[in-house]
Design a protein around this ligand. Sequence first.
Ligand code: SF4
Length: 286
Amino acid sequence: MDKKRIAKYWKVHSDNSLECTLCPHRCKIVEGHYGRCGVRLNQDQVLYTTSYGKVVSYAYDPIEKKPLARFESGSTVFSIGTSGCNFNCNFCQNHELVHFKGSCRQTSPSEAINMAMQNGSIGIAYTYNEPTIWFEYVLECCKLAKQYGLVNVLVTNGFIEEAPLLELLPYIDAMNIDLKSYSDDFYREICDGQLSPVLNTISKCIGLTHVELTFLLIDGYNTDPVMLESAFKWVGELNSDIPVHISRYFPAYQMTVPKTRLDTLAMARDLAEKYLNYVFIGNAFL
Ligand code: SF4
């Protein structure tokens, strides 16, 4: 199977510059180069996705590991991911996979669906790296999965433009969206991202699919109690029944700050419970 497919969501301007419109980075990509995610290539003034069907990692995981606490509890979900990301978080907990350059398993959507129907799996989770930059493949898998009565789960940073998000959403049964911080500075300086598109994605998805949120806390970086409380209040005003996962960070990639203190997790949980009905601790026992 050819790994390279013509991408969706791009345009050529009158000055011949090519712009990818899949995510809010809106990369201007010159001939022979890739966008920031590393998987979208301008070749002969056409934008290609170079990761189509390129499965770098797969596993049959408990749904709680996505994490989803209030969706199909106790079930197993076939989980797949590829390489690349439109963020560059210097604490990336999956950096070996995201930056993977080796060979991989080419997997057609029908092969992925076959695997998703084995080992008691209820469907497919698109996870490990950022699945929205795998858009064309994820969309095809999602459509096929629905034909076979399977569920689709998206584990995402939420950094996607509205048009592709709305094209994908009708096929998505559940999402876990990271809210890495309530600070735009944090998104820009630590993640190479932006906050407001993520908030927009969260707002759009709630009510259209099952949404849970993950807050990965790093002491001194995104643990200011005032900011955390503002974030939990914002989520609670959207819907106080949204499950929130307060997750412990471990040093990884370029971040050497020690693992999150347990009292920080407890503080965040207490603040979250002022506004939200379902608060879970991840990667730690409290
Ligand atoms: S999807 Fe990739 S190429 Fe497209 S705008 Fe985002 S980072 Fe740039």
